[in-house]
Design a binder for this molecule. Structure first.
Ligand SMILES: Cc1ncc(COP(=O)(O)O)c(C=O)c1O
Length: 668
């Protein structure tokens, strides 16, 4: 195993130390590390060819010298070259996400080890759907799942209680789908059990033990807490294993399950209201998609209010839970977001798990899923090399403001959630196609098994780690690239998931955001005579949004029009990429997501008429239901230091100031 990069003594990691640490890890803005990259890639390609040759070296060549001398051969090669040249020309119109001038969406230069691993593994083309089609990379996937689970704070050692698991997905969206798919399967299973075989004496006893005294109503069965369901399932399985009629009873249970009957039959049979999922108004749009896809209906996605920091309001979640309890509506999950897509804000995971624990005694159970697609890797800042939690003060030594008590508590409570989404292809700096789902208890996988006979031998009843390697058995996707697993694996090998390694890479994103925050405050004071510059949401992490309003303008619609005109300076034209100095992104702060007090406060800070900020627009010229914002994702490794001691964040602010001046002069 490669030795992780050394830990430089200065844990504040400012200036040149930080730069030196990051320098070998990326290709570099102008391909500064291209020699090492090319050398490594060529070596990997040659190794691959050697590997091919070593497999039955006596086999006759499939392509002979005579084939290669055919005129058609050269013509075909030429067509390939033309095609690739054409591709390369087209690709040069891509968004330059490698550059520190790119502060738009969640993308940046990639970690070299992961990029090389990805490219090299594609040559072998493993399919991680099963260990048979990916004997190497499927095991890597299970291992990185364990690493991510530990990063979240979950136990992964079966000797110490329920052990977590994790696996890769194509992205955060699919991991979120999977979360609901799994939590639904688990939550509804006791109903199927009671329905199908509840009259069996032994099963009835196990059910009674899980539920306690009283009748086995649908409401009670659907509100068993997660550990109780997983224990019940394990006990039932163990009992069935020993019984001659076990296979028959298993078939009966399967026939009564939600997954077999579908929502209409299942709900009618159990006289159940359609289940709901609770998430914040800031949730990513994959959540309504998940509800649609799973046939739950996005009307059953209940949005909890967010506070002025754009964090989910536990009080609002509490009210929604009250309503669900009163009306006997099952809650599949409460979703918290660790790093919201638009603002990078951190939901109070500690309060969500506390709510879950507080609701259990009254007989209301639900899972807490944390969508940490964006912020997940920041958890490395809070864990040392031994896996222990780093005290807040020590985390804070590297930063000016981070982490607030709130942020610290949220991250250090992640291990109390039931499942987590985290994306290596975001703050893990890896090529796209690498999201991940992590579950606190690997027994959850037993509720969704599919074992196609052409992949899994019917006689094979693998258990434990071996079973986990049969990914296709329990994940949502089918064929999947082993290259993603290799990329994550190598990158975690080079940069273990702790504050001294991966945390240093993530740490610079926070420092960049803090620097931008400070510069924007200064700019706001400097420009007070011509316009108001404000951050409507104080950053929790590494995303910063701003709104700008010319002094004297009281119309929100006009202010938004100014914002859109300003944003044109941050939009790249693929035909003239050099004409754009910085590439940004935008979002809108919706009035419906703000409490009236927060909306009025924002209007006052930006100087527009609060009455023009409305939830429904009535075609009145000055009205708007949103505030247009410039959004900055600060993840590029060279934002605080360009190698010559200048910060791109500062250059960005200069450009922003000039762009504001130009926009003010123009027609908006
Ligand atoms: C919080 C959050 N969840 C989920 C996703 C979806 O992830 P992906 O785009 O990888 O599917 C995103 C993407 O930005 C996100 O920010």
């Amino acid at each position: 195993m490669a030795t992780p990069l050394p830990f430089v003594a200065d844990c504040t990691l400012s200036g040149s130390d930080a730069h030196a640490y990051l320098a070998p890890l990326f290709l570099g803005t102008a391909g500064e590390n291209s020699a090492a990259f090319e050398r490594a890639l060529l070596g990997l390609v040659r190794e691959h060819v050697r590997w091919r040759r070593g497999f039955h070296p006596d086999d006759p060549p499939s392509i002979t010298a005579a084939d290669q001398n055919e005129p058609g051969f050269a013509a075909a090669m030429q067509r390939m070259e033309d095609g690739l040249r054409d591709l390369s020309v087209r690709l040069q119109r891509s968004a330059p996400m490698f550059s520190p001038r790119y502060v738009g969406h969640m993308a940046s230069d990639l970690l070299l080890p992961g990029l090389l691993a990805h490219l090299a593994t594609t040559l072998y083309n493993p399919n991680n759907v099963s260990a048979e089609t990916a004997p190497v990379t499927a095991a890597m996937e299970i291992e990185v799942g364990q690493q991510l689970a530990r990063m979240c704070g979950f136990n992964t050692d079966p000797a110490h209680g329920p052990a977590a698991y994790g696996h890769l997905t194509s992205g955060g969206t699919v991991a979120n789908y999977e979360a609901l798919w799994l939590h639904r399967a688990v939550r509804f299973w006791p109903l199927a059990l009671a329905d199908a075989v509840g009259s069996d004496e032994q099963i009835a006893e196990l059910l009674a033990r899980a539920i306690g005294n009283g009748s086995q109503t649908s409401w009670r069965l659907v509100n068993l807490d997660l550990p109780a369901i997983l224990d019940l399932h394990a006990n039932v399985e163990a009992a069935l294993d020993k019984r001659a009629d076990g296979p028959k009873l298993r078939a009966q249970i399967a026939a009564a399950r939600f997954e077999r009957l579908g929502i209409a039959h299942f709900a009618a049979r159990h006289d159940l209201a359609p289940p709901v999922v609770i998430c914040p108004r800031t949730a990513h749009y994959s959540w309504p998609k998940a509800m649609q896809l799973l046939g739950l209906g996005d009307a059953q996605l209940w949005y909890a209010d967010v506070d002025a920091h754009m964090r989910i309001s536990p009080a609002s979640v509490g009210l929604l839970l009250e309503r669900a309890f009163r009306e006997e509506i099952p809650v599949l999950a409460v979703v918290g977001v660790l790093g919201t897509t638009e603002f990078g804000t951190i939901d109070p995971v500690h309060e969500l798990v506390a709510l879950r624990d507080a609701c259990a005694p009254r007989g209301q159970a639900f899972a807490v899923h944390v969508d940490a697609a964006w912020g997940g890797y920041l958890a490395t800042l809070f864990r040392d090399a031994d896996g222990k939690q780093v005290p807040r003060a020590r985390v804070g030594e590297r930063f000016e403001y981070f982490p607030s008590t709130h942020v610290y508590r949220a991250f250090t409570s992640l291990g109390r959630a039931d499942s987590v989404t985290v994306d290596p292809h975001k703050l893990g700096y890896l090529p796209f196609g690498a999201g991940a789902f992590v579950g606190r208890d690997r027994r959850m996988t037993r509720f969704v098994g599919q074992r196609p006979v052409y992949i899994y031998d019917k006689a094979d009843r693998a258990s434990g780690e071996d079973r986990l390697a049969q990914l296709g058995d329990y994940i949502l996707e089918g064929s999947k690239s082993g290259a993603a697993a290799a990329a994550v694996h190598v990158s975690h090998q080079v940069l273990p998931l702790d504050c001294e390694h991966f945390g240093r890479v993530c740490g610079h994103t926070i420092r960049a955001a803090e620097r931008l925050f400070d510069r924007l405050q200064e700019m706001s004071r400097r420009l007070a005579g011509s316009c108001r510059v404000a951050m409507p949401v104080e950053p929790d992490t590494n995303l910063v949004c701003i709104a700008v309003n010319p002094v004297g303008n009281e119309s929100l619609a006009r202010m938004n029009s100014f914002g859109r005109a300003l944003f044109r300076h941050f939009t790249i034209d693929p035909d003239r990429p050099q004409a754009c100095e910085f590439i940004g992104s935008h979002t809108s702060l919706l009035r419906q997501n703000l409490a009236p007090v927060a909306a009025r406060k924002l209007a006052r800070r930006l100087g527009f008429d609060p009455n023009s900020f409305v939830t429904a627009v009535h075609d009145i010229a000055d009205e708007a239901d949103h505030v247009f914002l410039l959004r900055h994702t600060l993840m590029n490794p060279w934002l605080t230091d360009d190698g010559e001691g200048r910060a791109f964040v500062d250059r960005y602010c200069d450009f922003l100031e000039r762009s504001i001046a130009r926009t003010l002069e123009g027609d908006w």
